[in-house]
Design a protein around this ligand. Structure first.
Ligand code: NOJ
Length: 561
């Protein structure tokens, strides 16, 4: 398909964490029928695509990222009939659905693995990565070594939990199996895939030790796994054999991948993926202990990273995915904006403005359109995530942090911050379930919820609705060339999107102070028009803006004839 006209370039994606979205049957878990019930809500918001986190049968060690059957729906979420109905009803509303493809690893309960571990002679043994002795110092993402011993078959590799053994992509049978899974879902009519840690599928056959970073107990596996020797070959094969035969979108999760390394994955002439999720902006607030840090992102660092990705993807004819948050990250407004009143709503809108006016496909994580905040759990017993529980153990037992300090760090960064139930109204459990929710509902659900947002014309919801509408209506938001202004400014993010006849000027104040901001002289306009703003901005462009705390505005500038 010609990239110039690709539908996914004009689309806005809404990410649903099914377990936490809406529970239709009162068992405390969100489900597919719950999503069906809320399709009109998503239609009203105006999103084009839904990305569903894994919905396949899974022991749920990592909330669905440990799959035991790729062609069956997780019973907690519903049935295949429910899925078929969801897909049909979404399509009837003009909403596409993409699924999460998790094929770097399976669950240890997947029949391939239960067979494989029986011994070296087993036909499935070579579906996974086995060594007779531990070859290196790699640690797994959720604690402990990345190698686990099974008496009958020796050591297997798991980059994530030990219940998530890594598949051996060097085995052509594994790649054929993956193609088969892709076809199964594509034939049902789904519209694409988000591919979990897809940049890690090809391992360095030398299995070298990794550096011990972030005061961890083990070495990092990234040098031996990220963009390994055959990854591009495998993706091109997948594209040739399957993906290219469908009109779909693909987005690969690309941890530890720089913009330059990402170019070959997404450049249109390479026929691999349409876009990747990078982590460069997610790493900006790390400290010597990695993600669990108290740092705030420095705006100049953020601008540098975002600009690098905007420029690189543009130059290589690739494409960006734009996101502030997802199911693995803190809530956007808490991390990059200001969740305290009176700034929450304004800063959430400002973040939306800055992101949605960039070049790429924006992703909205469920609840972001309400300005949902971090969870503010008070005790470790409230956390459910395998990563959070491991960090608590590691920081308190090995690193010597106090429980209080560790809880503070989890409060800032834990993945569970994003996984608390969607807040629908101010009734019990935020209207998410009539049962006991699998994870606690945020205490602020009385004030922050869908019902409240829909009743308030000035809400974040309607602001996002307008951002989406602008993308649909104005080609310059898809095509305009990004240019950063005022690089060194620590308080204001300002950039242009340049078209042939018109230019967008996008400005956001990242502070809680009013700022008198001067737009540099090179930005000229004969005619101008305010497209959107989260405060009472002037209707036409003024070179000297009085930007309210977290104020944001977008002007369409028309050049002199
Ligand atoms: C990335 C996913 O987004 C995350 O939730 C998961 O734990 C790991 N990959 C392992 O699948």
């Amino acid at each position: 398909m010609n990239n110039q006209t690709a539908w996914w370039k004009k689309s806005v994606v809404y990410q649903i964490y099914p377990k936490s979205f809406y529970d239709s049957d009162g068992d405390g878990f969100g489900d597919l029928n719950g999503i069906r019930e809320k399709l009109s809500y998503l239609e009203k918001l105006g999103v084009d695509v839904i990305w569903l986190n894994p919905i396949y049968e899974s022991p749920q060690v990592d909330n669905g990222y440990d799959i035991s059957n790729y062609k069956k729906i997780e019973p907690q979420l519903g049935t295949m009939e429910d899925f078929d109905m969801l897909l049909k009803e979404a399509h009837e509303k003009g909403i596409r659905i993409i699924l999460d493809l998790v094929v770097n690893h399976t669950s240890d309960k997947h029949p391939w693995f239960t067979e494989a571990k029986k011994g070296k002679e087993n036909l499935y043994h070579d579906y996974y990565i086995w060594k007779d002795t531990i070859p290196n110092n790699w640690g797994s993402s959720f604690g402990g070594p990345a190698w686990e011993y099974v008496e009958t078959a020796q050591y297997y590799l798991h980059l994530f939990a030990k219940e998530q053994p890594d598949l051996n992509w060097e085995n052509p049978k594994v790649r054929k199996e993956v193609q088969e899974i892709l076809r199964f879902w594509l034939e049902k009519g789904i519209d694409g895939f988000r591919m979990d840690v897809i940049t890690l599928i090809s391992k360095d056959p030398a299995y070298p030790d990794g550096p011990v970073i972030q005061n961890k107990a083990y070495g990092s596996y990234y040098a031996g796994c990220a963009s390994g020797p055959h990854v591009h070959e495998y993706l091109q094969e997948m594209n040739r054999e399957v993906l290219s035969k469908y009109d779909i979108m693909t987005v690969g999760e690309a941890p530890h991948t720089s913009a330059d390394e990402a170019a070959p994955y997404t450049a249109s002439d390479r026929h691999e993926l349409n876009m990747v999720f990078h982590f460069d902006h997610m790493h900006l607030d790390y400290d010597e202990n990695g993600k669990y840090a108290k740092n705030r992102v420095k705006l100049t660092d953020l601008k540098e990273v975002m600009t690098k990705w905007q420029d690189t993807m543009h130059e290589c004819d690739g494409w960006n995915s734009l996101y502030w948050s997802n199911h693995d990250q803190a809530r956007a407004v808490s991390r990059f904006g200001n969740e305290s009143e009176p700034y929450r709503v304004k800063s959430a809108k400002m973040l939306g403005t800055i992101l949605h006016m960039m070049q790429g496909t924006p992703y909205i994580y469920e609840g972001e359109e309400l300005g949902m905040t971090n969870a503010h759990f008070e005790s470790i017993d409230e956390y459910k995530d395998v990563e959070a529980l491991d960090i608590f153990r590691d920081f308190t037992e090995r690193k010597g942090f106090s429980e209080k300090d560790t809880l503070e760090l989890l409060g800032l960064k834990s993945r569970d911050n994003a996984r608390t139930p969607m807040q629908w109204d101010n009734t019990v459990n935020a209207g998410f379930t009539e049962g006991t929710p699998w994870i606690g509902v945020n205490k602020n659900c009385k004030e922050i919820n869908v019902e409240q947002c829909l009743a308030d014309q000035d809400s974040i919801f309607y602001y996002y609705q307008k951002l989406i509408q602008l993308r649909h209506e104005m080609p310059i938001i898809t095509d305009g060339v990004y240019e950063l202004l005022d690089k060194e400014n620590e308080s204001v993010y300002a950039y242009l999107r340049k078209g042939e006849k018109e230019t967008l000027l996008v400005v956001g104040n990242f502070t809680d102070k009013t700022i008198n901001y001067h737009i540099e002289e090179k930005v000229q306009a004969k005619k101008s028009r305010l497209l959107i703003s989260n405060y009472n901005a002037a209707e036409t462009f003024e070179r000297d803006l009085s930007l309210e705390p977290y104020g944001a505005c977008v002007y369409l500038l028309e050049a002199e004839k």
